[in-house]
Design a protein around this ligand. Structure first.
Ligand SMILES: Nc1ncnc2c1ncn2[C@@H]1O[C@H](COP(=O)(O)OP(=O)(O)OP(=O)(O)O)[C@@H](O)[C@H]1O
Ligand SMILES: [Mg+2]
Length: 224
C-alpha cells in the first residue's frame, strides 16, 4: 500500500532578488513499511523535500498524498492535526526546547492531542524514554545532555505518539560513528519490528545501503 505519494512536485523559493527552483517535477511513491534514503549534494533540495512530505512547507506545484488523502489545498488546521497524529520528525540539530526538561520535550506532541489524560501521557513519555536508555535523565535539561543523548530525546519525541511515518533529516549528522550506529539500530528496529515507514536524508553511503531503497537527487531533480 502506498503511504506517501508525490506527484509532479515543484518548489520555488522566492526572495527579493532571486528565485530558486529547489524541487522540479518530483514523483515518488513509498509503500507502507519501507525504509527509504534520500541522498544528494548540499543544496539539492533534500530538506525541502522532507519538509513538504512532512506538511511543514507547501509545494508551488503538484500533489502530495499521505495514506491516500490528498493534502494539497487542505486547511492549516487539518494539516497540523494530520501531522501531529501521523508524522514524527527527527532533525540533524535536534530542535529540543532548552527551557523544557527531557520529559517535557518528549511530551510536546501529546499535549496537542485531545482525549488523553495527563497520567496516561506521563506514562507513555516515561516508557519511551526508558526504552531509549534515558530513564535516568528524565528531569535533565538539554544543556545537561550529550549530543547522543539529545538525539535520543529527539527520537523519543518523534515516536512517542506512535506515528506511522518517521521523517529523519541527517539524524546522525551531529554524532560520532558509535552514537550514529546506535541511532541507526534504533531506526532499523522501528522499521523492522514496528512496521514504521521511514524516510531518511543522509550523506552516509554505508547507512543508505542498509535501507530498502536510495533515491538520489541533483539540483532539485531525482536522478535515480
Ligand atoms: N526558506 C528558503 N528561502 C529561500 N531559499 C531556500 C530556502 N530554503 C532552502 N532554500 C534553497 O533551496 C535549495 C535547497 O535547499 P535544501 O535545504 O532543501 O537543500 P539540502 O539538499 O537539504 O542541502 P544540505 O545537504 O546542505 O542540507 C538551496 O539552494 C537553498 O538555498
Ligand atoms: Mg538539508
Amino acid at each position: 500500500m502506498e503511504i506517501i505519494k508525490l506527484e509532479g512536485i515543484e518548489k520555488i523559493y522566492r526572495t527579493a532578488d532571486i528565485e530558486t527552483m529547489a524541487l522540479e517535477n518530483v514523483n515518488i511513491s513509498i509503500d507502507k513499511g519501507e525504509f527509504v534514503s534520500i541522498m544528494g549534494p548540499s543544496g539539492c533540495g533534500k530538506s525541502t523535500l522532507l519538509n513538504i512530505i512532512g506538511l511543514l512547507d507547501k509545494p508551488t506545484k503538484g500533489h502530495i498524498l499521505l495514506s491516500g488523502s490528498d493534502m494539497t489545498g487542505q486547511s492549516d488546521r487539518t494539516l497540523s492535526k494530520f501531522r501531529n497524529e501521523n508524522l514524527g520528525f527527527i532533525f540533524q540539530s535536534f530542535h529540543l526546547i532548552p527551557s523544557l526538561n527531557v520529559m517535557q520535550n518528549v511530551a510536546l506532541p501529546l499535549t496537542y492531542r485531545s482525549g488523553e489524560r495527563g497520567a496516561e501521557r506521563q506514562r507513555q513519555v516515561k516508557d519511551v524514554l526508558e526504552r531509549l536508555g534515558l530513564g535516568n535523565r528524565l528531569h535533565h535539561f538539554p544543556s545537561q545532555l550529550s549530543g547522543g543523548q539529545c538525539q535520543r530525546v529527539a527520537i523519543a519525541r518523534a515516536i512517542v505518539g506512535n506515528p506511522e511515518i518517521i521523517l529523519a533529516d541527517e539524524p546522525t549528522g551531529n554524532l560520532d560513528s558509535h552514537k550514529g550506529a546506535e541511532v541507526m539500530d534504533l531506526l532499523h528496529h522501528l522499521n523492522r519490528d514496528e512496521g514504521r515507514t521511514i524516510v531518511m536524508v543522509t550523506h552516509n553511503e554505508e547507512q543508505a545501503r542498509q535501507t530498502d531503497r536510495i533515491i538520489r537527487f541533483f539540483d532539485g531533480r531525482q536522478v535515480q
